[in-house]
Write a protein that binds this ligand. Structure first.
Ligand SMILES: Nc1nc2c(ncn2[C@@H]2O[C@H](COP(=O)(O)OP(=O)(O)OP(=O)(O)O)[C@@H](O)[C@H]2O)c(=O)[nH]1
Ligand SMILES: [Mg+2]
Length: 325
């Protein structure tokens, strides 16, 4: 499944600079000819698709974009400076709509769309000089700017998927790592639908984390909520396998770890082969250190200990998440 990231931004192009009406003034030439220059062009607002941008988060934060105005024409026939265009990078796959009209669908790296056109520069009176009109005082104003309220939409594929038993703390972790606010409760199958969050590493990088309903042994045969929703994480580059260090039902964390892996294998070979970051959750509970060591020893893999409740260990987990993304 693809998740949708969407936002609205307001873009305004620059006004064109006005043309100037002026006449040469020199001491020995009291009635000089017209010398008013043209105004400069206003800046346009351009959206450009880039593989270096993953989400619309930065655009949602900024909200408003305005390109600079062109400079007014100047005396001695000097042209006002054209304003630079304002180019905003968006993720590849961004669809741009204005009201109900689709302006562009940027599907390739480097593809651009002009979303607000800068006003043309006005004409200075120098332009109007003619044999029969040697002292024109005509000029034109610069073209108006335009403002558009754009709706941007991006279909996202989650980079990292969260898997584990019900009550492992998957939704709590998603809420900790992102701005998503999923429902959290102490009963199994709290999460009924996949949830999506954007995780930032604090150095300008982002990835999409997907929280899916809990799996149980026999999910492939339809137990619990079944395993259909695993397709939501099938294209993830890495899975966070979240293991509850303190299952209340008396089961062992390592048994649960293997049970989940069997369900992944029953779903698809690809999912079974997806790299996993194994994480032991609820280290805030007494005796956590022992439970974590036991888990490591039993499964023979590195395990990151965290508490989704207190935030302990999340720095290390994030480092691991961003390592291969
Ligand atoms: N002590 C402690 N409790 C936690 C921690 N993380 C989650 N919990 C609690 O564990 C329970 C289950 O948390 P959820 O985040 O809803 O678990 P889930 O894995 O999303 O569960 P399902 O959506 O039902 O699959 C809640 O009562 C949480 O408050 C933790 O680090 N420490
Ligand atoms: Mg949940």
């Amino acid at each position: 499944m693809k998740f949708v990231d969407a936002t609205t931004v307001t873009v305004t192009s620059g006004k064109g600079g006005d043309g100037l009406a002026s006449f040469r003034h020199e001491r020995n030439l009291p009635l000089g000819g017209p010398d008013g220059g043209d105004g400069g062009r206003g800046g346009s607002v351009i959206l450009r698709a880039s593989e270096n941008v993953d989400t619309l988060l930065a655009l949602a934060r900024t909200g408003k974009y305005k390109a600079a105005d062109g400079e007014a024409g100047r005396a001695v026939c000097r042209h006002g400076a054209n304003a630079a265009d304002l180019t905003i990078e968006v993720p590849v796959g961004t669809l741009i709509a204005d009201g109900g009209e689709i302006l562009a669908d940027l599907t390739a790296h480097g593809q651009e769309a002009i979303v607000a056109r800068g006003g043309a520069g006005g004409f200075g009176n120098r332009r109007y000089a003619a044999a029969l009109n040697q002292a024109p005082d005509e000029f034109t104003y610069g073209g108006e700017s335009e403002t558009k309220k754009l709706h941007l939409e991006l279909k996202l594929i989650a980079d990292v998927g969260l898997i584990g038993f019900p009550n492992a703390g998957k939704s709590t972790l998603l809420g900790r790592l992102s701005a998503a606010r999923p429902k959290i409760a102490d009963y199994p199958f709290t999460t009924m639908q996949p949830q999506l969050g954007i995780v930032e590493n604090g150095a300008g990088r982002e990835l999409i984390l997907a929280d899916i309903p809990g799996l149980i042994a026999g999910a492939a045969a339809g137990r619990g909520l079944g395993h259909e929703f695993l397709r939501h994480v099938e294209r993830c580059r890495v899975l966070i396998h979240l293991v509850n260090l303190y299952p209340l039902d008396g089961t062992y964390p390592w048994d649960n770890f293997h049970a989940i892996n069997r369900e992944l294998a029953a779903f698809s070979e690809k999912l079974a082969q997806t790299p996993q970051i194994v994480v032991g959750n609820k280290t805030d509970l007494t005796g956590a250190d022992d439970a974590l060591e036991l888990l490591r020893a039993e499964i023979g893999l590195p395990v990151i200990g965290i508490s989704a409740a207190t935030g302990a260990g999340l720095k290390e987990l994030k480092r691991e998440m961003f390592k291969n993304n």
